[in-house]
Write a protein that binds this ligand. Structure first.
Ligand SMILES: [Zn+2]
Length: 303
């Protein structure tokens, strides 16, 4: 906005041109929530195709409109704030196998001033030693990649054999493939990183903004680069992960519930109807009988 104002201030304006138009704010359309989007695809954008692609994926409660806003840029105007927030929460999105970068748009800022250089990913951290598979370690590794999105429900960070962390990443830099960590006893360990819902990345340089054939490294090499020199590969794209499928369960101690639940009926009531504490032998026998039941329940959860 400042740039534009500076340009007009240089010119001598006529009296008619200088006349203020006041109170435009009153005529602003209310109840609109706008996301600006930049499509990394190099193909010409057809907004009808874009609407057809996103409508079944987003399943919004209310409608939205799409406006062209420049080369490979669109504005998505939502009637519902929740719908707009859900789209951002479920990033990253792709169209034509290329990332689409979204950001909230306050229309008092010129669109050209928006910098589309971040995307939010679920990053999978593989090869962590089991005793380091916890939320603090995962977030610590995530902080070296970008800005970690702190979650209320941290169980979403459980991936079973790996940890997951949600990170806002600067995509003007190549994606990180790994991290070296120093374990408590001083030994060096490597963890590998995979990115969920990443559709394409340049295998020569690791940027998500272009394909292999458009890479400057490749073009400058005039065909002398061979595939074995590629520093990235399809292995950096995490396979489809279904967070609703349980990969982790925390099991409390059997007697924790009994001790904490004051209303739980004791195991034995004496003849006078007065509650007494069950003898240890009875509790042990009961625990033994329940063991098989617990394992069956655990097995069901992992199915
Ligand atoms: Zn490249």
């Amino acid at each position: 906005m400042e740039d534009i104002n500076r340009e007009w201030n240089k010119l001598t304006l006529s009296e008619r041109e200088e006349k203020d138009i006041d109170h435009l704010g009153k005529q602003k359309t209310e109840r609109e929530y706008i996301l600006a989007a930049k499509f990394l695809s190099r193909r010409v954008l057809n907004i009808e195709n874009v609407s057809r692609a996103f409508r079944p994926l987003w399943r919004t409660q209310k409608g939205f409109r799409i406006r062209k806003a420049g080369e490979h840029k669109l504005l998505f105007v939502f009637d519902s704030k929740d719908d707009a927030e859900n789209v951002v929460m479920c990033e990253p999105w792709s169209f034509d196998n290329h990332l689409v970068l979204f950001q909230g748009y306050d229309d008092d800022i010129p669109l050209n001033n928006l910098k589309f250089n971040t995307a939010t990913f679920w990053v999978q951290i593989h090869n962590l030693p089991v005793r380091y598979m916890n939320y603090e370690v995962a977030e610590g590794i995530g902080e070296t990649l970008g800005t970690v999105v702190k979650l209320e429900d941290k169980t979403k960070m459980e991936g079973g054999s790996f940890m997951r962390v949600r990170v806002v990443i600067d995509i003007s830099q190549p994606l990180c493939r790994c991290r070296k960590i120093i374990l408590s006893e001083g030994s060096v360990w490597w963890v590998s990183l995979k990115y969920e819902r990443l559709r394409s990345i340049c295998y020569w340089c690791g940027l998500v903004s272009h394909e292999n054939k458009d890479c400057e490294l490749w073009i400058k090499s005039k065909g002398t680069l061979t595939v074995d020199k590629q520093q990235f590969g399809p292995w950096i794209c995490a396979p489809q992960f279904n967070p609703s499928r349980k990969t982790f369960v925390e099991v409390r101690g059997y007697y924790d519930d009994i001790e904490e639940n004051k209303e739980m009926k004791p195991l034995i009531t004496n003849g006078d109807g007065v509650d007494v504490v069950a003898p240890a032998a009875v509790r042990d026998a009961d625990a033994g009988m329940q063991q098989g039941f617990w394992w069956q329940r655990l097995a069901l959860m992992f199915q």
